[in-house]
Design a protein around this ligand. Structure first.
Ligand SMILES: [Zn+2]
Length: 64
């Protein structure tokens, strides 16, 4: 018999935005200006869904 889940607490992991291709700090990745909002973090009056309003996306750089 397995114990029921008593906790929905998630581990403290980096939150990735839809535009992120890699985890922050991971080798071969770097921050880039979001191409959707041009780094403003917003598209018009709406928070950019690609970068999550940060204006920055994590993309893989270098060959890999
Ligand atoms: Zn954006």
């Amino acid at each position: 018999m397995t114990a029921p889940k008593t906790s929905d607490a998630l581990p403290d992991e980096p939150k990735l935005n839809p535009g992120d291709e890699a985890e922050p700090g991971s080798p071969g990745s770097g921050e880039n200006i979001c191409s959707e909002c041009q780094g403003s973090g917003k598209i018009g009056a709406v928070e950019c869904p690609i970068c999550g309003g940060t204006g920055i996306v994590i993309t893989g750089i270098g060959g890999g």
